[in-house]
Design a protein around this ligand. Structure first.
Ligand SMILES: Nc1ncnc2c1ncn2[C@@H]1O[C@H](COP(=O)(O)OP(=O)(O)OP(=O)(O)O)[C@@H](O)[C@H]1O
Ligand SMILES: [Mg+2]
Length: 357
């Protein structure tokens, strides 16, 4: 999977940019506030239909402009070709995949799988379960086909159940949603467990290459306690749910922990190691997607040199090359680019102007 060109207009500090991309590694170099992350964000929006910076896309419209436009051409891994575009005004967000009249986020995500590794990537290990669920579900979504329809139905039923709880409706109206929740919840859980098996198989290798340690353990929490299954847990917590006003157990509360040498990763490893361990998780997902579906996702690595010394930078660069996906990496200056990437296509960004040296 590769992007052939990228066209950006009136997007944050970029007035116009029209660049031709390398199918392998693309290095974007520029000073602070020059527009490097903005370029990655443009690609991200085309693949996800949302930004990693702000929930309102219109905030990214260049000052004094009325709208921004992003466009790319995609060459898929199975000889497919697509055009993806975004046009955002202060009142509407419009996405277009080829000639489809109505493009949903689901269409973008399915067409252009991408992984984003930013300078705060270690929060995956440090912060709350939401990030880890998100990480897990990205992979599950792309690899396990039963996941998304079940997730959609689960979300709908959960919303209704929570609405009934909040409105203090009688018990029978609350539990009317339980059969659907349990049926879809069990599919979600099975997909996640299956996917985790792939991760467990692949992660030690890439962690060994990156941090020199492969003594990892995983703990998966499905989102409820007890051996008797989700249905049981849901029924047992009904009174608690009524008091709390929301559904406290289920796949929407799932979590996973990664431990190095039997200590939870966040307590043990240094910041640099944490970053590499997280990068290893994301790159292992890219490997799984390729092994299972023949697709290499696009990798966006923002400020990868931050907090990493020479050895770790080199290790990460060689993993990016090994994964073989089209990738976009940003650097503050040429000196921070690992030697292994010296032959990549270079882009220089200065005050929102993108040039190829
Ligand atoms: N809507 C907007 N209109 C105009 N400029 C904007 C808008 N939103 C953000 N900017 C500016 O765009 C510039 C580029 O930001 P960006 O985050 O891409 O820089 P960067 O090169 O990644 O910098 P750093 O190395 O510090 O991460 C910033 O100066 C920011 O103030
Ligand atoms: Mg940046």
């Amino acid at each position: 999977m590769q992007l052939d060109t990228l066209y950006v207009q009136n997007f944050r500090c970029i007035a116009t940019g029209d660049i031709s991309l390398s199918p392998q590694v693309n290095c974007i170099v520029g000073d602070n506030a020059s527009g490097k992350t903005t370029l990655l964000e443009a690609i991200y929006i085309l693949g996800r239909g949302e930004s990693f910076r702000q929930s309102r896309l219109s905030k990214a419209i260049r000052q004094q402009a009325d709208s921004f436009t992003l466009r790319t051409r995609l060459l898929g891994d199975h000889d497919s070709r697509h055009r993806i575009g975004a046009h955002v005004t202060r009142g509407s967000n419009r996405f277009k995949l080829d000639d489809q009249t109505e493009t949903r986020r689901f269409d973008l995500i399915s067409t252009l799988p991408l992984q984003h590794i930013d300078p705060n990537v270690h929060r995956l290990l440090e912060q709350g379960p939401k990030y880890r669920r998100h990480f897990l579900d990205w992979g599950v979504f792309h690899v396990e086909h039963a996941f998304f329809p079940a997730w959609r139905r689960y979300r709908r039923a959960l919303k209704q159940r929570n609405r009934a709880l909040r409105a203090h409706q009688p018990k029978h109206q609350v539990i009317a949603w339980d059969a659907e929740l349990v049926q879809q919840g069990e599919i979600i859980d099975a997909c996640r467990r299956q996917y985790l098996e792939h991760i467990k198989r692949r992660l030690p290798e890439s962690t060994r290459r990156l941090v020199g340690d492969d003594d990892l353990t995983f703990v998966y929490h499905p989102g409820w306690r007890g051996e008797q299954g989700f249905g049981h847990a849901l029924a047992n917590s009904l009174d608690q749910d009524i008091r709390a006003g929301f559904t406290q157990h289920g796949p929407h509360r799932a979590d996973m922990q990664v431990s190095v040498a039997s200590t939870q990763a966040r307590d043990w490893v240094s910041r640099g190691q944490q970053k590499l361990l997280t990068a290893a998780l994301l790159l292992a997902q890219a490997d799984i997607l390729h092994a299972k579906r023949g697709i290499r996702p696009i990798l966006l690595l923002d400020d990868m040199a931050a907090e990493l010394g020479h050895t770790y930078r080199k290790a990460l660069a060689s993993e990016v090359i090994r994964v073989g996906a089209q990738s976009f990496l940003t650097f503050l200056n040429r000196e921070s680019i690992p030697e292994l990437l010296a032959e990549s296509r270079m882009f220089h960004v200065e005050q929102g102007c993108v040039t190829t040296p």
